[in-house]
Design a protein around this ligand. Structure first.
Ligand SMILES: NC(=O)c1ccc[n+]([C@@H]2O[C@H](COP(=O)([O-])OP(=O)(O)OC[C@H]3O[C@@H](n4cnc5c(N)ncnc54)[C@H](OP(=O)(O)O)[C@@H]3O)[C@@H](O)[C@H]2O)c1
Length: 269
């Protein structure tokens, strides 16, 4: 794909762009529309093959990547129609805007690939779930998968409704982990550690356990068992965390289900 237009370079748009520029292998000519470009974007757009807020784009673009808030999605897509041709396709990371929404806005059958990334894409450690509508080709979905593989891992979904589950798990998931970290850092302080030490051991434990689980051929359950000696310290904590009635399975399930429900409501509105 020669000409790619990114519309919206806020948190997510900029994080994706940073990863793609580092990988430096797929985007030949990048155009960006962003009313409030960051200092980083203002600085790099001259050095890289990027045209920031061009007054007009010569010819048509190959791919339009939309990373704006849902509230402005319709207007932004209508404004961008002029830059798209029958051969182009659209990638949308806009939460809650489903294929029906795009069908209404485009008014003609148009290829759209939805992607649900998460913020660790900023350090190429994200996970992005991908699904194309019935008008998108396998090569368009494959190209999208390759593009997002530069930002971490990808999964191809079987049906659009799975996007709500992904949103509730990996889309919002970094915030759950950050809240877990905040909580345990505070508890470390209550147990007599300095903020600095508590933060360091908590964050490295999350990183280390995540990497271990991701690189191991053992299941998370087996890895947990490996840390747990009978009647030891881990067992004492897990007796509380894994308690059938009051353990954290119930609270985590309620939280993820609440996010899932909210994702579906936002899609409807
Ligand atoms: N952040 C996440 O973890 C995450 C994860 C998955 C999906 N998403 C999705 O990604 C999208 C963007 O989220 P975000 O967190 O990056 O939001 P954001 O930081 O607010 O970024 C959106 C950007 O779009 C710009 N914009 C507004 N109107 C525009 C227009 N007409 N043309 C071009 N750009 C325009 C905004 O500029 P102004 O600030 O001037 O309005 C802003 O810089 C959302 O739909 C969200 O659902 C986000």
């Amino acid at each position: 794909m020669n000409k790619v237009l990114i519309v919206g370079a806020g948190n997510m748009g900029e994080a994706m762009l940073k990863g793609w520029l580092k990988a430096n292998n797929m985007l030949k000519q990048v155009y960006i529309r962003e009313p409030n470009p960051s200092n980083w974007l203002k600085k790099i757009h001259n050095e890289k093959k990027i045209l920031l807020n061009p007054s007009n784009i010569e010819g048509k673009i190959d791919v339009g990547i939309f990373a704006v808030k849902p509230q402005v999605a319709e207007k932004v897509i209508l404004d961008t129609k002029i830059d798209l041709s029958k051969k182009s396709f659209v990638i949308s990371v806009i939460a809650g805007k489903d294929f029906n929404f795009f069908a209404k806005v485009f008014d003609v059958p148009y290829p759209v690939v939805r992607v649900m990334p998460n913020t660790p894409v900023a350090i190429e450690q994200g996970v992005s779930a991908i699904i194309g509508n019935s008008f998108s080709s396998l090569s368009q979905v494959n190209w999208t998968e390759k593009l997002f593989n530069n930002l971490g891992k990808t999964v191809i979904l079987e049906k659009e409704s799975q996007i709500d589950a992904v949103t509730a798990i990996s889309g919002s998931g970094p915030a759950y982990i950050f809240n877990f970290a905040e909580t345990v850092i505070e508890i470390g302080k209550e147990l007599g550690l300095s903020e600095q030490i508590s933060k360091k051991i908590v964050l490295q434990t999350i990183v280390g356990a995540g990497l271990l689980a991701n690189n191991s051929d053992k299941t998370p359950s087996k890895l947990r068992e490996n840390v747990t000696s009978p009647n030891g310290t881990t067992q004492a904590a897990l007796n509380i965390l894994m308690d059938e009635k009051n353990g954290w399975h119930g609270i985590i399930k309620s939280a993820v289900f609440a996010a899932h429900k909210r994702s579906k409501i936002l899609a409807k509105n």
